[in-house]
Design a binder for this molecule. Sequence first.
Ligand code: PRP
Ligand code: MN
Ligand code: MG
Length: 181
Amino acid sequence: SKDVSADLAHVLYTKEEIQAKIEELAARIDADYVGRDILVVGVLKGAVMVMADLVRALHSHVTMDWMAVSSYGSGTQSSGVVRILKDLDTDLLGKDVLIVEDIIDSGLTLSWLLANLHSRGPASVEICTLLRKPEAAKVEIDVKYVGMEIPNEFVVGYGLDFDEKYRNLDFIGTLAPHIYE
Ligand code: PRP
Ligand code: MN
Ligand code: MG
């Protein structure tokens, strides 16, 4: 079949740019968590690539766990009403939790997730996201670690999907209009 990269309009961030940003985030996180173990929580499925690269760039002691959540409601827009498809295996009591996301769009998923995880008695909860769309925010969330802020455009690759596709690209780009029109 045709190379998937043929479906892309522009490359937003190359593999090298993403890896450099991940290294930067990891260095900041290591500096902030000196002497503390980190429970890194990846939000399936988008966060898999960031998670895999971030934890390998960290020097801190980490354990990993995963959550899968789904927004109720229509189509591609997040509704803010979230249901848990896969919960954590780990008890959060007293843990330093770092949520890892690929992107914060409206912020509704994360806003719900934050409240949910906070209710479980962790010592701390912080967020690390590779991408953030400030213009799309419907709720303000305090995010400690942000890789890049991007315009309100539909992006795919490096975990980000369109109709479950393009997650496997090692770069981030915008889709060619003929794909979604
Ligand atoms: C995407 C993305 C974030 C969320 C951000 O996940 O990976 O988790 O949407 O949107 P929000 O800030 O508007 O809530 P999606 O629900 O598409 O699931 P996926 O990770 O499996 O692709
Ligand atoms: Mn996601
Ligand atoms: Mg998605």
